[in-house]
Design a protein around this ligand. Structure first.
Ligand SMILES: *[C@@H]1O[C@H](CO)[C@@H](O)[C@H](O)[C@H]1NC(C)=O
Ligand SMILES: *[C@@H]1O[C@H](CO)[C@@H](O)[C@H](O)[C@H]1NC(C)=O
Ligand SMILES: *[C@@H]1O[C@H](CO)[C@@H](O)[C@H](O)[C@H]1NC(C)=O
Length: 453
């Protein structure tokens, strides 16, 4: 009876569309996209997948190479990598022309265990005092066990320093995740902002830490060439009492050297940094944010350090969205928002990036300071939920109806975003839908700086 089944499915879809159309408020500017994507397998790629850049462990070749801004102002880049046979070759040589490495620095080496798993040798080397806006060539490891890459440092922090940021979250390691990474490498993005939920290793019975290794192999095509700035989400907590592991964020802390001390933070979960013309503040749902808490006080101090005449763009990074009209995780962020929103709106933040919900949504500038549930507020940030990186839990396509007035665009598809900051007043924001092999821009808007325009 396939014909009958098809008929009923078509009838059902038509009914949903008519209901949605009836429910949409008159004059609403918000868009609920009707794009329907082709279904494909969303399970994790096999460990031997060619998407994971892998070497014979006995060769001791550096793998999982990734870069992170290592200071407050973008003059330090931390190079991280893993070797399996030995901790030797713990060196990065670097310089401004290829094959002429004028500087070298030794890495710190660490390992960790998790249940039955023992990590490879995890190396972190801080390349300090780099010139701004300069391409550096670097060689990780020693002799025949070495590999070469390059990266370009950000421009000097200043009001018109242009830079293109990528944004992703909830990435995982499926074919959809691989497409997100592959499309991003071709997007012109120069620095990635990662707002939580990384490898999804914790979906495996004993938090298979091998899935951290495969995940970083998947990312290397991008992370060896530009900094990714990491914010931890719930999937990074990983403490599982039944595996005897009680230390939270163990793999996150071992593998991702976020520069939290540089902004006076005592926790890798919240920190700040400046890059080009933007001041970024990462805050955490997974640590105490109540009034008077260490995080709350640190945020107040950090906001008081923001100088919009040198960094006109103030951007907040946090995993759980404060404005989300998807039924998944609906209103989960309200408690945190009620405590911290006054600080963020008083500071006139421009953009707030979050993940957590496996769909895409962009809002207008809105706050709940004078109303409940989000009204237009020119001092509030634009909220962007970018939890559509492609993990194995799949997409969530059910949105609250009618579309709230704060919601500008929403769609359940895989993709990533870019924020192309042109100068102190203008930034072009694009959401790229992965759509069957091409990076398609499906939502685009100019964001006008709140303070400098
Ligand atoms: C990584 O990039 C190289 C060069 O651009 C390309 O040949 C290769 O297929 C890419 N690998 C993956 C896994 O994306
Ligand atoms: C919210 O209320 C305050 C105090 O009454 C007022 O100054 C502010 O302009 C209001 N904001 C909006 C967006 O209405
Ligand atoms: C800033 O960038 C926008 C968009 O490219 C451009 O229209 C505007 O003229 C620029 N402003 C200045 C002062 O250069």
């Amino acid at each position: 009876m396939p014909a009958l089944k098809f008929f009923f499915e078509a009838l059902f879809l038509a009914a949903i569309f008519i209901l949605q159309a009836l429910c949409e408020p008159q004059g609403s500017k918000g868009v609920t996209s009707r794009f329907v994507r082709k279904l494909q397998d969303s399970g994790d790629l096999p460990e031997t997948s060619e998407w994971f850049i892998t070497f014979d462990a006995t060769l001791n070749l550096p793998e999982q190479v990734h870069l992170t801004q290592g200071d407050y102002i973008g003059q330090t880049t931390t190079v991280s990598w893993v070797t399996w046979a030995s901790s030797s070759g713990n060196i990065v040589q670097y310089g401004k022309s290829k094959d002429s490495y004028t500087s070298s620095i030794q890495s710190d080496v660490t390992t960790y265990t998790y249940g039955d798993y023992t990590s490879g040798f995890i190396h972190h080397a801080k390349l300090e005092g780099l010139d701004y806006g300069t391409t550096y060539f670097y060689k990780v490891g020693d002799g025949s066990s070495s590999r070469e890459f390059s990266f370009t440092t950000p421009p000097e922090v200043g009001p018109d320093a242009a830079h293109v940021f990528g944004i992703t979250a909830d990435l995982g390691q499926t074919i959809n995740s691989a497409q997100t990474v592959a499309h991003y490498t071709r997007s012109g993005g120069q620095t990635m902002l990662f707002v939580g939920d990384m490898s999804y290793a914790d979906r495996y019975k004993s938090n298979s830490q091998v899935r951290w290794d495969t995940w970083l192999r998947l990312l290397e095509n991008s992370t060896a060439f530009q900094s990714w700035m990491w914010v931890a989400g719930d999937h990074e907590i990983e403490a599982k009492s039944n595996s005897g592991e009680t230390e939270k964020f163990k793999a996150f802390n071992k593998r991702f050297p976020v520069p939290y001390q540089a902004s006076g933070s005592t926790s890798s979960l919240y920190y700040a940094f400046k890059r080009a013309s933007a001041h970024f503040i990462a805050i955490s749902y997974y640590d105490d944010y109540s009034e008077g808490s260490t995080q709350y006080q640190w945020l107040q101090t950090e906001l008081s350090k923001v100088d919009r005449s040198t960094t006109p763009w103030l951007i907040i990074l946090e995993h759980v969205p404060w404005y989300n009209s998807n039924t998944h995780h609906y209103q989960q962020g309200d408690g945190m928002r009620s405590v911290l929103e006054p600080l963020i709106v008083n500071a006139k933040a421009d953009i707030f990036f979050a993940g957590h919900v496996h769909a895409y949504e962009r809002t207008f500038r809105a706050s709940s300071l004078n109303c409940s549930g989000g009204c237009s507020d020119e001092n509030a940030p634009v909220y962007i939920n970018i939890g559509d990186g492609g993990n194995s839990e799949g997409l969530v396509g059910s949105f609250v109806s009618p579309q709230p007035s704060y919601s500008a665009f929403r769609e359940a598809s895989y993709g990533f975003a870019t924020l192309d900051i042109r100068n102190r007043t203008h930034a072009l924001y694009n959401w790229h839908r992965n759509d069957d092999g091409d990076a398609v821009v499906a939502d685009s808007t100019w964001i006008i700086n709140r303070v400098s325009s």
